[in-house]
Ligand binder design. Sequence first.
Ligand code: ATP
Length: 508
Amino acid sequence: MKKLIDDFRKLLDVNAPIIFIHNFDFARVDDFISKALGDARIIEWNPATGTTNFLNKEAKGYEFEDLETFLLEKYKDENFKGDRYLVLKEIHDYFDNPRVKALLQLIAQRKLYDRGYSTTLIIVSSLDRIPEEVKRYVSYLEIEYPSDSEIDSLIHQHIEINKAKFDENNKDKLMLSLKGMSEYEIDRVLDMAMSSNGTLGAEDTGMILEQKKQMVKKSGVVELIDSSEKLDSIGGLDALKTYLQQKARVFKDWSNAKRFGVTLPKGVFIVGMPGCGKSLCAKATANIFEAPLLKLDMGSMMGKYVGQSEENLRNAIKIAEAAAPCVLWIDEIEKAFSGVGGNNDIMTRMFGYFLSWMQEKKSNVYVIATANNADNLPPELKRKGRFDEIYCVNLPNQAEREAIFKVHLEKKLDYKCLSQAEYKSISMSSLSACTDGFNGADIESVVNETVERCFLADKQCTLSTQSLVETAKLTISISKSCAKQIADMKNVFKASSFKDATTGKMSN
Ligand code: ATP
């Protein structure tokens, strides 16, 4: 709260005419504004009650007047002397009204140019929307997510109020699960946790993470992914797996690594053929890093809300920074940045913002960016300094196909369809030999389809080299269904300086 109040006062000191606060938690915003402004004159206008006593919402004495009248009166008011603050809540629906826009501009200009007129507009809104014409007068006040020490004090406040029992040994885990939530959300989940049995224990961490998943999802930009994939679930890609294991050691032991002089891991960019394990790598990384995995899906973000995509990217980064240490998986990064440099301003601005964030990143957010198509990506993204390394994932070679068959067949050992003896008798090299040009997803589907075929054949078929080879022969692999795209991608890899995820050698 102190930092927020300081930031707010700084804006007042530089004579900001309009301060914009994007937040839905009006009670908390009111709280910090009144703390920051003390007993200054504050008048509120909101669409529900019109002109309102800011400090005492129940107080009578104001007639309901519309926003236009309210602003006009405050603009023309010649008699008022001294500082005055107008808190305007949820006024985005009124931005279609040209008089409202003009009055906001006029009040802002008068504050800038008329020394005797000190009226500051504070717009508080659950939507991040400001008309273009007014933007130039606006200073944004960011409400940061609570820091570690603030989370700590919120936990202790709740324990005191609820007289709850608390095991301090569980504190680190609890703190980690609360990172990346707003103060309001933390209050809510702590209340929920304590209301069940009056304690705040290890059993509550699961419930809190579940709630956090919902909240993060509601933010509409990132998703908290729960996954148990391990590096062993990935067949092949040995060089990339070794690389990720090394980064995991640094990430998990960051305070020692930092003291030793190691630079903060930024992230890895994985470009590759579809269905070859890029997503698996992102999920397994979060597990070996022992950190939460936040997924930002660029494809759906750009598709759904093009106009809001810039704000969404900022929000996603803000959530990830607050949730650090964490892994931020940016899927289909090419969807957002492959048109940079053309006449798409939003894309170019987003790209600039993303690059400078990557370049200057101080927080322990490890970024895994994945892309199918690296052809039109701006060269700045591929330059060192943004990502620590760029790996390309090709279609699996013979040994890798064997390894992928093993991964998926071993999963079937838990079921009736495959016994240990049957598994041992399968010739992996025969399977690999007849699946040249298959990707990991094709191989997985060969295994699954064979299992289904055996089930439907009612014991006349078992999971064997022969039945698997038969299915493989009937499968149309990615190399056949997307021959041109695969050939193009191979050429792009050859022409670029990426590290091969299998061998670790440069691709060109
Ligand atoms: P896309 O670019 O289409 O999103 P991707 O490279 O992210 O694909 P994944 O989602 O990781 O591919 O894999 C698709 C499916 O194929 C998964 O279900 C996974 O089990 C299987 N698969 C792919 N590659 C491998 C691999 N190397 N080892 C084991 N399974 C794999």
